[in-house]
Design a binder for this molecule. Structure first.
Ligand SMILES: Nc1nc2c(ncn2[C@@H]2O[C@H](COP(=O)(O)OP(=O)(O)OP(=O)(O)O)[C@@H](O)[C@H]2O)c(=O)[nH]1
Ligand SMILES: [Mg+2]
Length: 405
């Protein structure tokens, strides 16, 4: 297959309610300034309806044939990796959704390295992001990283094919993997349910991790309910329909997006017919933030560390250690207590010095007072003695009249 990451981007404006503007306030506030942005990629065997599903999501025919089809081929095939982008605006909240269409594999006798171009695209996009992170002049980063990889499984009803297992094994630690059963209209309801079960156990048996919707403690009941419904429905059974050829629903008479059969019609937007709505809600509503977060914090971070180590850069892991809020609060409290103790000791020192100075001053006054007292006492004793002496003289003069004048 000819693969190159096409630089051309097909831009499309889609209208209609999607639901991303109803995201929890906290999430909304975080992203509302710059608008939301999500990039998903479709991967899988040729002819499973990847391009059709993209058209259904974007509601118009934008995945055009890139090459004139071979006369023997009845349908145009995707021949290059291509970005299809749409700006959606709801209640003043903007979302830029990009879906990357890829050529299907399985057309060749040897499909042994069919994952190479896909892995290459994922890593090239990580590389482009890393370059921006490492650049001296840090501008606002353009994030083209793939946040979700929708992997199309052929509706065989048996088990996963070796090629699917091999492919997904190479993808699961690079990108959020969302497996879907393609063309689910070709299977009965029971067959879909059985096939889902078999796929889930095949994935577990082969150690393939698919994207699991996280459930947070502070999630409201509605969000928990939605996450559980989505988790139960994976791998989603999807049906794609050409959005330009709407059909009339025999029951409601409305024009619907679906597929018509001699025995009836399937409506892709009817949740009882297929999981298309769940897949779209997961991408642009309930799990958009979780997909972005896991890409940034786990998948890209792991890839980046390996890449840096490969380049000979040793990383100081302590810088990236997660901070436990309770531990951080304990450390802060201990530091605060130590600071208080230091201040108290300094204040005690100042107080002691002041008391000592006052005591010394008092002692000095006491000494001076004592000296003065002594002096006064001596002066008075002297005066007393003089007076006594004088008295005696007077008394002795009074007894001897000769001495009288
Ligand atoms: N029955 C059924 N047919 C489908 C569905 N989706 C697409 N098709 C048909 O399957 C054929 C292939 O669809 P594409 O969307 O071109 O498939 P693709 O996966 O993009 O193929 P490549 O580009 O070769 O990888 C077309 O004839 C579609 O009309 C579906 O859900 N059910
Ligand atoms: Mg295609």
């Amino acid at each position: 297959m000819t693969v190159h990451d096409s630089s051309s981007i097909v831009r499309k404006r889609i209208t209609g309610h999607v639901g991303f503007s109803n995201l929890p306030n906290q999430v909304l506030r975080k992203s509302v300034k710059d608008g939301f942005q999500l990039t998903a990629m479709v991967v899988g065997e040729s002819g499973l309806g990847k391009s059709t599903l993209i058209n259904t999501i974007f509601n118009s025919t934008i995945c055009q044939p890139r090459e004139v089809p071979h006369p023997a081929e009845e349908r145009p095939k995707t021949v290059a990796i291509e970005n299809i982008q749409a700006d959606i605006e709801e209640n003043g909240v903007k979302l830029r959704l990009t879906i990357v269409d890829t050529p299907g594999f399985g057309d060749f006798v040897n499909n042994s390295e069919c994952w190479d171009p896909i892995l290459q695209t994922i890593e090239d996009r990580y590389d482009a992001y890393l370059k921006q992170e490492n650049s001296v002049r840090r501008m606002k980063k353009v994030d083209t990283r793939i946040h979700a990889c929708i992997y199309f499984i052929q509706p065989t009803g048996h088990s996963l094919k070796t090629i699917d297992i091999e492919f997904m094994r190479r993808l699961h630690d690079k990108v959020n993997l969302i497996p879907v059963i393609a063309k689910a209209d070709t299977m009965t309801e029971d067959e879909v349910a059985d096939f889902k079960e078999r796929i889930v156990s095949d994935l577990a048996f082969n150690g393939i991790r698919i994207f699991q919707a996280p459930i947070y403690d502070d999630d409201d009941d509605e969000s928990v309910g939605e996450s559980e419904t989505i988790a139960r429905a994976i791998p989603f059974a999807v049906i794609g329909a050409d959005p330009t050829k709407t059909i009339r629903s025999p029951s409601s008479g409305r024009r619907i997006r679906g597929r018509a059969y001699p025995w009836g019609v399937v409506d892709v937007d009817d949740p009882s017919h297929c999981d298309f709505i769940l897949l779209r809600r997961m991408l642009v509503h309930s799990h958009m933030e979780a997909l972005r977060e896991r890409t940034q914090d786990v998948l890209y971070e792991t890839w980046r560390t390996q890449r840096m180590l490969g380049m000979g850069v040793i990383q100081d892991h302590s810088v990236f250690e997660e901070v436990d809020p309770a531990e951080k609060a304990r450390e802060d409290r201990l530091m605060h207590e130590a600071k208080l103790a230091k201040m108290e000791a300094a204040m005690k020192d100042v107080f002691r010095e002041k008391v000592e100075a006052q005591e010394a001053k008092l002692k000095q006054s006491e000494v001076e007072l004592y000296a003065r007292h002594k002096e006064m006492k001596e002066a008075m004793t002297k005066q007393w003695n003089q007076l006594m002496e004088r008295k005696q003289q007077l008394e002795s003069g009074a007894q001897d009249p000769r001495k009288k004048r």
